[in-house]
Ligand binder design. Structure first.
Ligand code: SF4
Length: 260
């Protein structure tokens, strides 16, 4: 693979900025879409978009977008630096192509979370404890990463380590979930004490967490490497110990006790 049709142009910077930065654009002589899942797996902070199919990435400290056979990247101090980046990126893509059989591809697409979705998981009391005048204003700021989720003290705990937040209706039922891409350090600690009081074993707690995240018995069995029959048995024990009727009630119980 090689690059061609290289060009640079002034990158958009604040008019008050005394330095000039450049954006680069170049074409590749190969359709690199088959590499996208591998780039998604190995590049730090990569975002794999669906439409148009592309990868946003950071490589050697520069931010770029990789499409089927072209690259846009910024912000360089000059043409030499941009050309060096282009060559390094091509070398990297060639190397990745050579060793992709030894890598596990990541097909997960990036889905930005909308302000409305964030709003759904907030208490919606407009109590202002977060410093914003309304929950909607907080949601808008959070979507732009201008604040952090832990500024809302009334927010439910996430129901998985991937910050899957519950959407609970007025009747207390879990109706859906919203996934927020936030630093795990911002998530609230799980309440292990409630699990102990309910008499859940470590394995049952693992099953409950996965169940609350929406996993089926089959998926849980694959994740925990146990048989579906064993999962079913754990679920029955969990329902009995929690005194609930079905897995939805168990999931709601887990959410309320910060156990997922
Ligand atoms: S602290 Fe939470 S509930 Fe209160 S206004 Fe902010 S987002 Fe809404």
């Amino acid at each position: 693979m090689r690059y061609f049709d290289f060009s640079i142009s002034k990158a958009g910077v604040m008019p008050t900025c005394p330095r000039t930065f450049w954006g680069a654009h170049f074409k590749l002589d190969t359709d690199v879409r088959p590499l996208f899942p591998y780039l998604n797996a190995v590049l730090k902070d990569a975002r794999f978009y669906d439409k148009p199919e592309c990868i946003e990435f950071i490589f050697e400290g520069f931010k770029g977008m990789l499409y089927r056979d072209e690259v846009i990247a910024a912000a360089f101090t000059g043409e030499d630096q941009a050309r060096e980046f282009a060559q390094h990126l091509v070398d990297f893509l060639n190397d990745l192509n050579d060793r992709k059989d030894s890598l596990r591809p990541d097909f997960k697409k990036f889905t930005p979370v909308s302000v409305i979705d964030i709003y759904k998981i907030l208490p919606q009391t407009n109590c202002r404890e977060c410093g914003f005048s309304t929950c909607l204003a907080f949601a808008a700021a959070l979507s732009k990463k201008e604040t952090t989720i832990d500024q809302c003290p009334g927010l439910s705990r996430p129901i998985s380590q991937y910050a899957l937040y519950p959407v609970i209706n007025r009747e207390g039922d879990l109706v859906s979930t919203v996934s927020l891409e936030i630093d795990a350090a911002q998530t609230l600690p799980a309440n292990q004490e409630a699990a102990a009081q309910a008499g859940l074993s470590d394995r049952e707690l693992q099953v409950l967490r996965l169940l609350a995240a929406g996993s089926t018995n089959l998926e849980i069995s694959e994740i925990l490497c146990i048989s579906p029959h064993t999962v079913k048995s754990h679920v029955v024990h969990i329902l009995n110990k929690l005194g609930v009727n079905d897995r939805t009630e168990a999931a709601v119980w887990a959410v309320r006790h910060g156990l997922a």
